[in-house]
Design a protein around this ligand. Structure first.
Ligand code: SAM
Ligand code: SF4
Length: 327
C-alpha cells in the first residue's frame, strides 16, 4: 500500500540519519561547541535500521538516502549499505556526505552497492572552508570527491550553501569547477535549521541572487518535468553540466514532497520542519510487531502538514537541528 498523506502526496524517499555527530562544524548547521549529542544507547542498531527500512520498502519506499550528521562517522556504514542492498524490493541507496572520509571509504561503499552520492562543498578556498566549517578540511573533501569519481560513482551531485559575506562570491567559481569536473552542482538556500537558531532571512542568499550571479557568465536553460526533485534544474548552455537551485525558503516545493525521515535515535519525522515526531525506538525494543510499527509510521504521515510554514507569522523552528534530523 503506498505511503500517502492527507494531501495525496505519495512518499517514496526515506532519509535515514545514521548519527548526529560530525567532524565539521558548518556555521549554518552546528555551533562550535555545547552540543547535546544523542547518546550511543539511543542510536538505532544496524538491525533496527534494517527492520524499519524493510517495513517502509514494503509500503513503497524506493530510495534510501543515508545522511546525518556525518554518515561516514558511523563505523558500520559499509556493512549497513551491504545489508540495505539485500532488501527484496531493491531500493536505490544513496548518501549525503561531507566527503572527508571518502578518500578511504568510496571504493568500499561503491562495491557494497551505494548507488548515488551527494557531496557538500561550499567553497574552493581553504581559508573560507576553515571559516565556514571551523575545520581545515578542504583538501580531505577534494580528495574524497576524487576518490568517488575514481570508484565509479555517477552522477555525483555537489551541494553548496552560500553565506552572505563569506562565500557568496563563489557561485561562479563553484560552477566553473563543476563544469571542469563534469559534476552536477546544486545551491541550497539556507534554512532555519541551525542548532544556534541564528538564521536571519535577510542574510540568506536567495534563489534570485544565485540565478543572477550564475547568469553573469552562463546561459541557464530550464529543465522541465521536475517531479519531486527539490532542485530546480538548468542546463548550462554550451556544457554537458546541469546546475540546480534548491529554493526551499523563497519557492517552497512542499506540494510535491515525497520524503519521510528516520532519525538516528529512531524517530519518524514527516518533514524537516516538523515540530512533532513519532518514536519507533521504544516499541522496537519492547518487541512491537511490524503491524504496530507500520501503524505508528502511517499515523505520523497522516499528520503531515501542507507546507513548512517558514513564512507563517506563527512559524516555530524545530528544536532538533538539521544535523540531528538528517538533511
Ligand atoms: N554531513 C553531511 C553533509 O554535510 O553533506 C550530511 C548531513 S548535512 C545536514 C546535509 C545537507 O544539509 C548538506 O548539504 C548541508 O549543506 C545541508 N544543510 C545543513 N544545514 C543547512 C541549513 N541550515 N540550510 C540549508 N542546508 C543545510
Ligand atoms: Fe556536519 Fe554536514 Fe552539518 Fe556541515 S552540514 S556540520 S558537514 S552535518
Amino acid at each position: 500500500m503506498p505511503l500517502v498523506d492527507g494531501f495525496g502526496r505519495v512518499h517514496k524517499d526515506l532519509r535515514v540519519s545514521l548519527t548526529d555527530k560530525c567532524n565539521l562544524r558548518c556555521t549554518y548547521c552546528m555551533p562550535e561547541e555545547g552540543i547535546d549529542w544523542i547518546s550511543k544507547a539511543m542510536h538505532l542498531t544496524l538491525e533496527e535500521i534494517i527492520r524499519v527500512v524493510k517495513i517502509l520498502c514494503a509500503e513503497g519506499i524506493e530510495e534510501i538516502r543515508l545522511t546525518g550528521g556525518e554518515p561516514l562517522l558511523r563505523p558500520d556504514v559499509v556493512e549497513l549499505v551491504k545489508a540495505l542492498n539485500k532488501i527484496e524490493s531493491k531500493p536505490a541507496i544513496s548518501m549525503t556526505t561531507n566527503a572527508t572520509r571518502l578518500d578511504v571509504l568510496a571504493q568500499d561503499l561503491f562495491d557494497a552497492g551505494l548507488s548515488r552520492l551527494n557531496i557538500s562543498l561550499d567553497t574552493l578556498d581553504r581559508e573560507k572552508f576553515k571559516e565556514l566549517s571551523r575545520r581545515d578540511g578542504l583538501e580531505e573533501t577534494l580528495s574524497g570527491i576524487n576518490a568517488s569519481i575514481k570508484a565509479g560513482f555517477e552522477p555525483i551531485k555537489i551541494n553548496a550553501v552560500l553565506m552572505r559575506g563569506i562565500n557568496d562570491d563563489e557561485a561562479l567559481p563553484l560552477l566553473d569547477w563543476a563544469i571542469e569536473n563534469n559534476l552536477q552542482l546544486r545551491f541550497i538556500e539556507q534554512m532555519p535549521l541551525d542548532a544556534q537558531h541564528a538564521w536571519d532571512r535577510k542574510q540568506m542568499i536567495s534563489r534570485e541572487e544565485i540565478y543572477q550571479a550564475l547568469s553573469k557568465k552562463y546561459v541557464l536553460e530550464p529543465v522541465g518535468n521536475r517531479g519531486a526533485d527539490p532542485a530546480e534544474l538548468f542546463e548550462v548552455k554550451g556544457t554537458v553540466v546541469k546546475v540546480g537551485i534548491i529554493a526551499s525558503v523563497t519557492e517552497p516545493f512542499c506540494g510535491n514532497c515525497d520524503r519521510l525521515r528516520l532519525t538516528s535515535d529512531g524517530q519518524i519525522r514527516n518533514c524537516l520542519f516538523a515540530t512533532e515526531e513519532s518514536d519507533l525506538r521504544i516499541p522496537l525494543r519492547n518487541g512491537a510487531d511490524d503491524q504496530i510499527l507500520k501503524e505508528i509510521i502511517l499515523n505520523n504521515l497522516a499528520a503531515k502538514k501542507k507546507g513548512h510554514g517558514i513564512d507563517d507569522s506563527n512559524f516555530v523552528q524545530p528544536i532538533r537541528p538539521m544535523s540531528a534530523i538528517g538533511g
